[in-house]
Write a protein that binds this ligand. Structure first.
Ligand code: ADP
Length: 303
């Protein structure tokens, strides 16, 4: 197969590991910077051009799309889908996961445990908003933030109220969320491929910090997850329509709660913490999916 890895940077650990895994399995990798792709949205023959030429003979794509460029990235993936090319992760899943609020709404609809979460547009009723999510301490999050940037812990009602007012004054979209204190600055990243959690790690915040992001100085280690955590992660990925996902879970007193589902989870942290060949498992899964798609096409053409 000729497999296009849709990535902005060839040198990234995840991209490098996927290139290796593709080659080891006898396929041909090509790295495509999706922001440099342009497309012809035609009903009879949709195409994608890259570096002045039509991209052709691609059998499958692996999207590696960061949230800041997910609007354009999802459009490129959708175009590949329109051309009948298999994508490891569907564009609709990328679009849903990119919008934290939309994903939380979809997950809550299906009964997935979440921290109590509020969303508001105007600062008129901040006191009630704070009461609604259970009062201080609470976490305030910029909807557009990543890697822990724009995630604030407000210890008191007054602090919460000022932070909410400040963010709203800047016209920023924010979530106001119950603080899961008992998680003690740790969260669990479950790496889902298909119907399985293939690797899981605990990320722990450095001392004096509540955000466990590795980019914020957190550390990670292999962890054994409970059956409930496993099924929560698998169900969450499925609800958003993601065949590959990083599901971030907090251990609350009443069970696992999902913070976020990522459609392009990084490989470096999880492979280093668990010693597992996650890149290889992704390509194995892609091969199986391509085989099933091939069989389905043959069935459709002969029936
Ligand atoms: P980002 O997408 O920017 O990483 P997250 O929502 O994942 O933002 O939050 C960053 C970190 O902050 C999480 O990994 C977790 O450690 C901590 N955190 C986030 N929300 C909560 C919460 N409701 N209760 C306790 N800790 C939280």
């Amino acid at each position: 197969m000729k497999i296009a890895i849709l990535s902005r940077n060839k040198k990234l650990y995840s991209t490098q590991r996927l290139i290796e895994a593709v080659k080891i399995r006898g396929h041909q990798p090509v790295v495509v910077d999706f922001l440099r792709c342009y497309m012809n949205i035609a009903s009879h023959k949709p195409t994608i051009h890259f570096h002045g030429k039509e991209l052709s003979n691609i059998d499958a794509v692996i999207p590696r799309i960061g949230s800041s460029v997910s609007f354009y990235g999802a459009a490129v993936v959708r175009q590949f889908e329109m051309m009948g090319i298999l994508s490891l992760v569907k564009s609709v899943g990328i679009t849903r996961a990119q919008d934290k609020l939309h994903s939380l709404q979809m997950l809550s609809c299906k009964g997935i445990g979440l921290p109590i979460t509020g969303f508001a547009n105007r600062p008129d009723e901040i006191e009630d908003l704070i009461r609604m999510v259970g009062g201080a301490p609470l976490v305030i999050k910029l909807l557009s933030g990543t890697q822990g940037i724009g995630v604030v812990l407000a210890e008191t009602k007054q602090a919460a109220s000022s932070v909410i007012e400040a963010f709203m004054g800047l016209k920023a979209n924010i979530l106001v969320q119950e603080y899961i204190k008992e998680a003690k600055g740790a969260d669990i990243r479950c790496f889902v491929i298909g119907n399985k959690v293939v690797a899981a790690m605990e990320r722990k915040a450095k001392s004096g910090e509540f955000r466990s992001n590795l980019h914020r100085g957190g550390s990670s280690r292999l962890i054994k997850i409970t059956p409930e955590e496993r099924s929560t992660a698998i169900r969450s990925a499925k609800i958003l329509g993601l065949s590959v996902a990083g599901v971030d879970i907090l251990r609350a007193n009443h069970g696992p709660v999902v913070m976020e589902v990522n459609s392009s989870p990084g490989l470096e942290g999880i492979e280093k913490a668990t010693g597992k060949d996650v890149a290889g498992m992704i390509i194995d899964f892609l091969e199986k999916t391509a085989e099933l798609k091939g069989k389905k096409t043959v069935r459709e053409n002969t029936s």
